[in-house]
Ligand binder design. Sequence first.
Ligand code: XBP
Ligand code: MG
Length: 255
Amino acid sequence: MTNLKALIFDVDGTLADTERDGHRVAFNKAFDEFNLDWHWDEALYGQLLAVTGGKERMAYYLDKFNTEFTTDQDRVELIKAIHACKTKHYTELLSSGAIPLRPGVKRLINQARERGLRLAISTTTTPANVTALLEHSLGADSYNWFEVIAAGDIVSAKKPAADIYLWALEKLNLTAHDCLAFEDSDNGLKSSLGAKLKTIVTVNGYTESQDFSGAELVIDNMGEPNDGFRTISGEDYSSDYLDLALLEKIHRASD
Ligand code: XBP
Ligand code: MG
């Protein structure tokens, strides 16, 4: 049995509930700036989240939902330009403090740091978005708390492919058995399980009805001592907030 050495966090939907009021709003601001009549309402965005990666998501939208759109520009280049504009709007949204961390995230990360656990991030989102979220929610130095930040285009195959987690494990020089992963979506869970990582899922409005087979524990959020989580599936050992004691039990049971 190996000791728990590292926690690997997904970002969007896990550290913060960023999609509906963050990324989606930033995409629509970018579409307006490009004078496009594209508008992603909450329901459509929920469908588009089937595809990870903002650039890939725009291509999916054009292929499946806006087949009438034509342009004399190179479509790949246009999508890249729109995405850069979206990232500018998204990081500005984060800087305004519009998207707080989810319950229990700051407490768990601080406890892990105090106990010397190594921290990493595995996310499909753009690196600049990770920097902005961490700096504006955990403080200027918090970027350095994470030994490895595996993000965005660092791998060509995005979630649900396992590549982003495998890349993080390689950089950590750890095996999957040394770690626990934290995710929010079916695509994210497929990715972490593909890397053989035991995974805890905190659902959100867009993902609560998805299939999380294979997760160690599925909860509605990480919980706080005075405001516990709701267990959706898996073994919570009669706890109602994630702390290192619970993580150790889950990690031991997995061996
Ligand atoms: C979620 C994603 C990202 C964001 C948009 O990432 O799929 O693509 O929706 O960010 P994760 P970008 O859950 O893995 O953190 O536009 O920068 O891709
Ligand atoms: Mg996510």
